[in-house]
Structures are given as structure tokens and as C-alpha cells.
Design a protein around this ligand. Structure first.
Ligand SMILES: [Zn+2]
Length: 272
């Protein structure tokens, strides 16, 4: 949390206001946060007077591409990045880590639970860096590549789908929802899935992610979009966070398990 649809929503919001904007100042509110991540104040200050050329997303990473450097965020559990034309925005007053002043307004980065990460990578190197950091993006990957990537793995399907090095963008929410839609039990070993099942899983993944993006993501705890508003896809969730509640397909109570330390909600009847 936030996962691919939430980061994609933030990306779209920031694109509308920040492409072509020039950074005028950076205010560091939490030095500790930065030093724990090996980030030097000087490398942040270097961004001043640079322009945002483009904004990208890969998996759960959001990339602000400046004239010379790329500023990359992983929002972790509770990270929020949002824009305000004025300085007097009312939300999340505490736990601000960074405040960027652009010639068009303010971009603030918050991280109450401090699981987020930040990198600054030279512009010429960030694409290569991304390639090494995480696997192909869940929205971009082709059906052929998806099947090749998964086929024969001895991991459980839930674990593999959440492995960012394999495929980037899915977390707990969207893997639970995806496996329910596809009728696949989260405990299944990937090698037990037929090519047809993998293909169906792929198309369910695309549809689910697109639906979630259309509703501006899921606001479970703290997630807000690039302008500080909540998403609406949580109202469409069928299983995530609903342990013990009746399955929307068969009515049996939804089960809860921990798979490789990740909480999982599913229906034992509908997911085989
Ligand atoms: Zn069911």
C-alpha cells in the first residue's frame, strides 16, 4: 500500500501540474529519514533550478525526471506525495519529510510509518537502474512474457505475484482481489497452473488494475492521491480485508491465512 493503481493515480495528478515546473527550493523536515536512506542534503539541493521533464511509474515506484537527475520514490506503507498550489493545505501536518517549492506550488512528501524510500539517480542511468531494481511492470508486460516469467516456478502463486523482482506493482490488496477473480487458490504452486490458467490470470490482472486506476485507487488507511483526495476502489473489493465475511460468490465465510508472512484473504470454495 500504495500499489500500482494508487501510484499511477498520483503520477497522473502530478503530471497535470508539474511537467515543465522548475524547482525553487527544498525544505528538509526530517534529516534522520534521509540519512537513514543514505541521501545527502547536497544531492537534493542539486535539484534546485532543474525542471521536471517527465513523470514516470514502474511498478510501485514513482519517478520525477528532472533536467539532470531522476528523483525516485517508493511510498512504502503510508507514503504520500501531493501537490498544493498554496501553502496552507490542511492535511497530514505531522510527519512531513520533504517540502519542494516549485514555481507553481508545493509538493510535499509524508511518510507517517517511515517504510518509504527515496533515490536520486543521474538522468542517463535511471532507466538501467530501474531495470535492475524491479521486474517488468504489471500493466506493461505482455501475455507471452507473463507466462514465460511464471511458468514452472515452485513458489506459491500469491508469493510470486508479490515478488517485485519478478513482476512489479502488485501488493497485498491486488493479489488477493486478483486471485479471487481468477478463482485460483493463493496456496497453489505456480508450476501446478496450466498455461490457460496463467493466461486467464493475466487478463484478470489487466482488467483489475485498469478498473482500480479508473476509480483512482483504493484508500484503505492513509492513501491519498496527488491532490490529497481519497480513491474509491476499496468499495469494489471482494475479499481483501474481509476475513470471516460471506464470500460474494458462494456465501461461505472468507478464510484468512499468512503466506510467506503476508496476510491473505480468500475463499476455499471458489478458489481452487
Ligand atoms: Zn466462495
Amino acid at each position: 500500500m500504495p500499489e500500482l493503481p494508487e501510484v499511477e493515480t498520483i503520477k497522473g495528478d502530478l503530471e497535470r501540474v508539474l511537467i515543465g515546473a522548475t524547482l525553487e527550493a527544498v525544505e528538509i523536515r526530517d534529516f534522520n529519514y534521509l540519512s537513514k536512506r543514505g541521501l545527502k542534503i547536497n544531492s537534493l539541493k542539486k535539484l534546485i533550478n532543474q525542471k521536471i521533464l517527465t513523470i514516470k511509474r514502474k511498478g510501485k515506484l514513482l519517478i520525477l525526471v528532472f533536467s539532470k537527475e531522476a528523483l525516485i520514490f517508493h511510498l512504502g506503507m503510508t507514503g504520500a506525495l501531493f501537490f498544493s498550489p498554496r501553502e496552507d493545505y490542511p492535511i497530514l501536518k505531522t510527519s512531513m519529510i520533504l517540502k519542494f517549492t516549485f514555481n507553481r506550488g508545493f509538493l510535499s512528501f509524508y511518510d507517517p510509518r517511515k517504510f518509504g524510500k527515496i533515490w536520486i539517480i543521474p538522468k542517463e542511468q535511471y532507466e538501467f537502474w530501474l531495470e535492475n531494481q524491479i521486474g517488468p511492470d504489471a500493466l506493461e508486460i505482455s501475455v507471452r512474457d507473463f507466462i514465460t516469467l511464471l511458468k514452472g516456478s515452485r513458489k506459491r502463486i500469491k508469493t510470486l505475484l508479490m515478488d517485485q523482482k519478478k513482476i512489479a506493482g502488485l501488493g497485498n490488496i491486488y493479489t488477493d482481489e486478483l486471485l479471487f477473480r481468477a478463482g485460483i487458490n493463493p496456496f497453489r504452486q505456480v508450476s501446478s497452473l496450466s498455461e490457460n490458467e496463467l493466461e486467464e490470470l493475466y487478463y484478470h490482472m489487466k482488467t483489475l488494475l485498469r478498473e482500480a486506476i479508473a476509480l483512482r485507487g483504493s484508500s484503505i488507511k492513509d492513501y491519498i492521491d496527488g491532490f490529497g483526495s481519497k480513491g474509491a476502489f476499496q468499495e469494489r473489493h471482494q475479499v481483501y480485508g474481509k476475513r470471516g465475511q460471506p464470500c460474494p460468490k458462494c456465501g461461505n465465510p472468507l478464510l484468512y491465512a499468512s503466506i510467506n508472512g503476508r496476510s491473505t484473504t480468500f475463499c476455499n470454495q471458489c478458489q481452487r
